[in-house]
Design a protein around this ligand. Structure first.
Ligand code: 6GU
Length: 246
């Protein structure tokens, strides 16, 4: 998968050299290019922002550098990437969207700062590529960079060959399937007793059916406590189907 990222802070993306995604890059599964938006400015101060029409606080990113950036990275008439624009005004980012993006060959991320990018940039881009304005949740970040790191990690770990164990994806909280709207329950490893706290007996029982039911119950308990709105949507038949599967 090819990823292009346009930002005024390329240093933000150093973490993409580390861990799972770093390895995916080194093995060629991920082809990441980070671009400094200021290379598409032409004035002495390399200006990327200006005051908003209509007044109001803050600054807006100028359309010209963005237009040149998108034209250079994805020339009109050629193959088109899917353009992802992180913004608190976007559609909520979900695991389903991560899975959808993981199936794309080429993603282009446009990191806005300040009060956002002049809207004509996205309007024009939509005439020649699919565009998603995406939000991570109901809070405001200072810019799109950290959001792009989040999205790239969520998408990257779904690419075939990036995770060691494909099963760990299937069991994720929010993974599609029978456990779709259950959070993952608690996990344990050795030693069996630590600071006087024992691992639940059932996990040492070797009884796979009992272990699966216990995990399901714990997942349900955690979902009710932490995400009551998810628990309210659970379908009892789906939960029973999960019990029969194990
Ligand atoms: Cl995607 N961007 C910014 N700047 N703030 C956010 C966000 C994105 N999602 C939640 N807050």
């Amino acid at each position: 998968m090819k990823l292009d990222i346009v930002t005024i802070f390329p240093e933000y993306f150093a973490p993409l050299d580390v861990s799972l995604l770093g390895k995916a890059r080194r093995t060629g599964l991920l082809d990441v290019h980070v671009h400094d938006l200021r290379q598409w400015t032409h004035d002495r101060h390399r200006t990327v922002d200006d005051t908003p029409y209509g007044g109001g606080p803050g600054m807006v990113m100028k359309p010209e550098p963005w237009g040149e950036a998108l034209d250079t990275i994805a020339p009109p008439g050629g193959p088109a990437p899917r353009l992802i624009v992180p913004t608190p005004s976007g559609r909520p980012f979900t695991q389903a969207m991560a899975a959808e993006l993981a199936a794309e060959p080429w993603l282009l991320f446009a990191c806005g700062r300040y009060e956002g990018i002049d809207s004509r940039v996205v309007d024009e881009a939509r005439t020649r590529m699919p565009v998603d304005e995406v939000s991570l949740g109901d809070f405001v970040l200072a810019g799109g960079e950290v959001a792009v790191l989040v999205i790239v990690e969520a998408v990257g770990r779904l690419l075939p060959g990036v995770l060691g164990n494909a099963d760990s994806v299937a069991d994720d909280s929010f993974a599609p399937g029978a456990m779709e709207s259950l959070l993952e329950g608690p996990v344990y490893t050795k030693p069996p007793v630590w600071r006087g706290r024992s691992v639940p007996d059932v996990l040492l029982s070797g009884h796979h059916g009992a272990i699966a039911r216990w995990r399901r119950d714990e997942a349900l308990r955690r979902t009710v406590r932490n995400r009551p709105e998810l628990a309210a949507r659970l379908d009892p038949a789906t939960l029973d189907a999960h019990d029969r599967r194990v």
